[in-house]
Design a protein around this ligand. Sequence first.
Ligand code: ADP
Ligand code: ADP
Length: 228
Amino acid sequence: MIELANVTKVYRKGRVEVPALRGVDLRIAEGEHVALMGPSGAGKSTLLYLMGLMEEPTTGRVTLFGEDVTNLSDTARSRLRGRTIGFVFQAFNLIPQLVAWQNVALPLRYQGVPRRQQKERALAMLERVGLADRSEHYPAELSGGEEQRVAIARALVIEPRLILADEPTGNLDTRTGRAVLGLLESAVADGPTLLIVTHDQEVAARAGRVVRVVDGQVLDGSPSGPPK
Ligand code: ADP
Ligand code: ADP
């Protein structure tokens, strides 16, 4: 279970305070496939970053896989993140100086997996996303769809319990986006929880559940939907 209880988040820019989340209650069961939708600036990415242990709440509690992670030390936070969470971003975020398999192997490098195993596991993962023949290519030599497939392989290589995707099809044309999404869906069919921020109705329609975020609040945060 992933749970946010009465969570607020206020960003500080110098003397200016920007409230991003105002009292969010959200529960997601393990294995759920959730689409987060809502207007720009509503707080969707902030929610994702809180669940991904990239940000801490200003007030409230965050529980991940049954563990209270609200007050974890930075070290414990990055350890837990590195072992359990895969990220996919709109802008792919691959390292330009590394070839495809090296990008995929990066999370394993941080985990201290032996070099030989890093390469084997990265290549196996590239094969799974249909890019076995691109393993020695640099990101600049790949198409957008291929880059996102490399990013998906990188997110999956640690066998995460949770995958967080921030508009993963936002930089792709419709057809490529669909293929990339299909790949992500088949990858999560056997277990990990998937949270996907999207503006795309079609993406949302394929999710098991849609959660709407408006002006820093979640409208339907419990798995059974809002009370009648
Ligand atoms: P964020 O605030 O998370 O950075 P943006 O507002 O920049 O998101 O939007 C990301 C992409 O989604 C852009 O390509 C934008 O044109 C598109 N977009 C934004 N709002 C909508 C919407 N309501 N419906 C469809 N597409 C949208
Ligand atoms: P969304 O993903 O729905 O577009 P965000 O979570 O990105 O929304 O942003 C929510 C609010 O918090 C917005 O007003 C945004 O400008 C603000 N915000 C997001 N990140 C930061 C930041 N690092 N510093 C200051 N304000 C931020």
